[in-house]
Write a protein that binds this ligand. Sequence first.
Ligand code: TRP
Length: 338
Amino acid sequence: MSDNESTSRKRIFSGMQPSGEAHLGNYLGALRRWVKMQDEHDCIWCIVDQHAITAGGDPAELPGHVLDLAISYLAVGLDPEKAIIFVQSDVPEHTELAWLFNAVTPIGDLERMTQFKDKSQRFDSIPAGILNYPILQAADILLYKAEGVPVGEDQKQHLEMTRDVARKFNATYGETFPITDPMIEKGVGRIMGLDGEAKMSKSLGNTVPVLADEDEVWARVRTAVTDPQRVRKSDPGRPEVCNVYSLHGFFTDEETRADIATQCRAGEIGCVDCKRILSDNIVEAFAPFRERAAEYHAKPELVREILDDGARRAREIATETITEVRQRMGLDWRSSIG
Ligand code: TRP
């Protein structure tokens, strides 16, 4: 997070791929910060469905995933009164700008992306969309001339790419875009999944859905991996290496945490009891989200209205930028007639 973040109002953009309801990792790593930023900045929150198609999911499921992510956004407190909330494919200027950015993006830069290297290994024939993914991301951000993008450490390289695209465009066609600040939150780091091995991610099934009910939360938290050296309750545990203990840091008050740590080290509290406390605290913290989500599930047309309005507001900004970009690139042939 940059130093002057709270002092100067900035245009902020961020987005998530729709893979259904948001989970604990999305919330702790991103959404709870987005909620706070809405009061300090002009924020634009996107659901990037056009990025999602590069992952090759089932088209029949995508619309439902978009709705579920939209409901998650609204349920945790992203607020259409304070921010613009919309779906990427509702604003066709994203893909137009992405195409135009092809003119200033070296293939070598795209091939160097770690995410490209990882993802491309899953294919015999690599879709160009996986390679060009960061160009669309740069277009998402620069279409709104966003000055800041709150992202996790894993997106740092893509943000570097966005900055390169902006610099190159500005140098070639004239000063147009800001050099966006990747607002990576200090001191949070990766939120590890319940398996204690990998980053929390829906595809790995090592997380808790934000809108899960009490039984579901417990069913997930119960499976969480703790200190592997601790087999019996009487074995002394090491809270400092225990992922469940680190999750307590987000949900449990300091005094209780200190008690848990002492009792764990003394072999006085078992992992199941420790997880029970965590599970109950997660359920309690997320209760207002579940309530709000239930209202939206009952009235999905409300969600549609919010996203329609968001797309309309996003498009106002997008049209302005794309008009400027077309002119700069000479894609305004009518100007030759005068
Ligand atoms: N690549 C991001 C992710 O996987 C999603 C994303 C797409 C994004 N466009 C963006 C994030 C623009 C921030 C800004 O998490």
